[in-house]
Design a protein around this ligand. Structure first.
Ligand code: UDP
Length: 369
């Protein structure tokens, strides 16, 4: 074992680092995961109706990074799906992020025109403005608009999702979905976006396919014996240190799946319900790869606190006290030789898939340059 690297966790982060160790350095790698499947929370599978289900909620690949794109293109083709999100606001189905189309959907034309003019005098066309910044308005009409967007789009959704109001969570969280001074209805503006044609699990499987890589599922790091050349740990960093400074908090999500005997359930892959119901959004999976079936599968997404042993970690909660706790573990980690942490849980960072891949590539480059 001493000539073998260990990668703990085989989501994108673990798979990418394992691949680089094996393919670029020709080294042996053992990859383990506690779960009975690969791909971490991006795991997907085709169900009995032929519909590709994202077990842990919708994943839409998007990136501006040439490095990430050229790495992933070795393992998959993607379709040209461009994600759009519909939200139901006061019974009206409209676009999120809130943009000029949303403005005209939810307000009478004359009011929308007045607001549009004032917006274009205040902000540059195409600018993305985080809601917490958008609220800083002097003009009465724009104040009215900012209050409307805050209340109808962000307040209740964020309270459901994080258990906190928008101003109580890190600004970067709500800034992911800014007010967008544009008519572009897409959720992401990245150069490259799409869904892998055979699904995310297949991509991870291909990334892991190398004669130097051995994969063991249903395997806990704690139960593993032996010394390894290096350890790359993508599990939660507090768990690695047996929670000696306390647990890092996470939000978890519970997906309630339902199958319907009809072709489609809703008008779009994701419909947000910022103001109604206990769930935040409904996913309808067949949209992503345009799966054909006379049935459809949806998932209602309920946010909840992460509790050890009860549910899964999904979202690190970016807050100063949590970052301070993470930093204590990161400081301990620095003192270890040949042990590296990465991934959403290892770095305690709200990475999208492309950022997780980039982090793994950059970690590899920094360790072996
Ligand atoms: N958000 C919101 N209303 C919406 C959509 C998003 O308030 O209709 C806020 C909410 O705080 C959410 C954050 O923006 O957690 C980021 O949303 P995103 O869709 O990027 O979250 P993810 O898909 O990663 O869960």
């Amino acid at each position: 074992m001493e000539d073998c690297n260990l990668v703990v966790g085989c989501g994108f982060s673990g798979a990418v680092i394992a691949n680089l160790l094996a393919s670029k350095l020709g080294e042996k790698v053992l990859v383990i995961d506690k779960k009975n499947h690969i791909a971490g929370n991006s795991f997907d599978y085709r169900d009995e109706n032929g519909i590709m289900i994202h077990k842990y909620g919708s994943h839409i690949f998007h990136t501006n990074s040439e490095k990430v794109w050229s790495f992933l293109k070795q393992f998959t083709d993607l379709n040209t799906y461009m994600h759009k999100v519909v939200a139901v606001i006061d019974g009206i189905e409209t676009t999120i992020p809130f943009n000029f189309n949303t403005l005209y959907n939810v307000f009478p034309r004359t009011l929308a025109q007045r607001l549009e003019e004032k917006l274009l005098k205040t902000f540059e066309y195409n600018k993305k403005v985080p809601i917490l910044e958008f609220q800083k308005q002097d003009d009465e009409d724009l104040k009215f608009l900012a209050n409307y967007v805050y209340e109808k789009v962000f307040l209740h959704y964020t309270t459901k999702q994080w258990g906190n109001k928008p101003e109580e969570v890190d600004g970067a969280v709500t800034a992911r979905v800014p007010v967008y001074l544009s008519k572009d209805d897409r959720y992401f503006q990245d150069k490259y976006q799409g869904i892998p044609l055979e699904g995310y699990s297949k991509v991870v499987e291909k990334i892991l396919t190398h004669p130097n890589i051995e994969l063991r599922l249903n395997t806990d790091y704690k139960d593993l014996k032996g010394d390894f050349k290096r350890v790359f740990y993508t599990g939660s960093i507090d768990e690695f240190f047996n929670y000696k400074y306390g647990q890092l908090p996470y939000r978890s999500v519970n997906f309630k799946m339902e199958t319907y005997d009809r072709e489609y359930y809703q008008s779009n892959s994701v419909v947000n319900y910022p103001c109604n119901y206990d769930f935040t959004r409904i996913h309808e999976y067949k949209y992503y790869l345009n799966d054909k079936s006379d049935k459809t599968v949806i998932a209602k997404e309920y946010s909840e606190s992460f509790e050890l042993g009860k549910n899964e970690r999904y979202y690190p909660i970016p807050k100063p006290e949590n970052t301070a706790l993470y930093n204590k573990y990161a400081e301990e980690a620095k003192a270890l030789k040949n042990v590296y942490f990465l991934g959403r849980l290892g770095d305690y960072k709200y990475y999208d898939i492309d950022k997780a891949v980039l982090r793994a590539i950059e970690l590899f480059e920094s360790v072996f340059s």
